[in-house]
Design a protein around this ligand. Structure first.
Ligand code: SF4
Length: 313
């Protein structure tokens, strides 16, 4: 079934139309599932990784599965060794990571569940969506019961997301830019704002607002907003859009972990770390709007999310 999707690939908004069995599209990978890394991850938001409190008991980690390749390919990508080529792969974009069958990936998800993972967290899965759908159907039939997290850039089509309706419990999208020029400059995707907003509306339609039980996320939407230096990505406008279209009850993870990586040195305005004052300005805007749920982060820290609002981890 997936061969049909990949033979003239339009799985993501790039709509390359290539036959991925013959050559990779802009996402950098062919027609086979490729996974760069799978592990229990303790640095996600506490409602995903778990937090050691009397209420939650032990933090057991989020069962992260990092897929190789990416269809967005931001110039400042902090996972570029996974998304665009790196130590495992050989030539850039030519097929990094390990190729897995549908059965292999099903077994991997079940193994993460057996290891105690609070969830299975699919990181950048968009360009493999048809195959991941097959895996999820098979994994559910074989006893996968923990929530499935779809951890994406939000650069994905509503049609593709609809194929996942009922299979994904928690959507964890970024919302990176709110204007076409910035999206073009850093991700060569001027359509990103329109595409991502439509995708997030569809995600919200499927799963609703985030619901947390005993400190652990069970279902719903958690939007990640990475503040760029100088607030170049206009995170304040992303917050305005979310408030207006989804409501201030939407769970937000306001991320301050930016540092210049990958090709950021070619873009002087983002070739530096985020300043605490820049993060604070966006956080104040979020608080003025009245957002009630989510997490904030210490600037420069990649793993220190703090529940900030009424309902946090
Ligand atoms: S998934 Fe890859 S090959 Fe398919 S349209 Fe997107 S970038 Fe192109």
């Amino acid at each position: 079934m997936s061969e049909r999707h990949f033979s003239s690939c339009r799985v993501c908004p790039r709509a390359c139309g290539v036959d991925r069995a013959v050559r990779p599209g802009l996402c950098g990978v062919g027609a086979g599932l490729r996974v760069a890394l799978a592990q229990l991850h303790f640095g996600e938001e506490p409602c995903l990784s778990g937090a050691t409190t009397p209420e939650t008991g032990e933090a057991r980690g989020s069962g992260t599965i990092f897929f190789s390749g990416c269809s967005l390919r931001c110039v400042y990508c902090q996972n570029h060794d996974i998304s665009m080529g790196g130590p495992i792969s050989g030539p850039e974009g030519a097929g990094l990571g390990h190729e897995l069958s549908v059965d292999d990936l099903t077994a991997l998800m079940l193994e993460l569940q057996r290891s105690g993972a609070h969830n299975v967290n699919l990181v950048t899965p968009t360009h493999f969506s048809p195959l991941v759908r097959e895996v999820l159907l098979q994994a559910r039939a074989n006893g996968l019961t923990v929530p499935v997290v779809w951890n994406s850039s939000a650069y994905e089509t509503v049609d593709t997301l609809r194929t996942l309706d009922g299979l994904v419990d928690i959507y964890l999208p970024d919302l990176r830019y709110m204007d076409a020029a910035t999206a073009a400059r850093y991700s060569a995707a001027p359509d990103y704002p329109d595409v991502a907003c439509a995708a997030i509306l569809e995600m919200h339609r499927q799963v609703g607002q985030l619901s947390i039980d005993n400190g652990i996320a069970r279902r719903g939407l958690l939007v990640r907003l990475l503040v760029l230096p100088g607030n170049t990505g206009r995170t304040d406008l992303a917050l305005d859009w979310i408030a207006e279209n989804l409501g201030t009850g939407t769970a937000i993870s306001l991320m301050g972990q930016y540092y210049p990586a990958h090709r950021a040195s070619e873009f002087p305005e983002i070739n530096r770390s985020l300043k605490p004052i820049e993060y604070t300005a966006v956080r104040r805007h979020m608080e003025r709007l009245g957002f009630e749920n989510g997490f904030v982060q210490r600037v420069g820290s990649s793993a220190a999310f703090t529940p900030n609002f009424r309902q946090g981890g």
